[in-house]
Design a protein around this ligand. Structure first.
Ligand SMILES: [Zn+2]
Length: 128
């Protein structure tokens, strides 16, 4: 389990309790059934500091040495993860806008992410 409190609303904007939403994926109890569900859980992993989850849900071909440290450094710069908007979700791609604050103020991350299945589980490949 992460440091995110079990009773809180999930960061992914689902209006569900974290422990009954992305928390089930981050804890390893369940696997996301769609690319969108994985994408939402990765946003929640950023919001809850679950670096290990972000690493294990990245396709090994796209994982670079130092990714964990880079994610950790970015997490330190982000003060809050405010909102996730899904603009378009297809079988293998999800376009989203993530709203967050860093020390300069409000920021947007707009990305179309690509996903695939690896060993029976959805994984993140890359995004632009
Ligand atoms: Zn969620």
């Amino acid at each position: 389990m992460t440091r995110w409190q079990v009773g809180l609303i999930c960061p992914c904007n689902s209006k569900k309790i974290f422990a009954e939403c992305c928390g089930t994926f981050i804890s390893g109890d369940c696997l996301p059934e769609t690319a969108e569900a994985l994408m939402r859980s990765r946003y929640s992993a950023f919001a809850t500091g679950a670096i290990d989850y972000l690493i294990r849900t990245t396709h090994p071909n796209y994982l670079k040495a130092g990714d964990g440290a880079q994610i950790a450094a970015w997490m330190l710069e982000v003060r809050s993860w405010d909102k996730l908007e899904i603009l378009d979700a297809r079988e293998n791609t999800v376009e989203f806008v993530a709203h967050y604050q860093d020390f300069d103020g409000h920021k947007l991350l707009h990305e179309r992410s690509r996903f695939s299945r690896f060993n029976g589980a959805w994984v993140y490949e890359t995004g632009h």
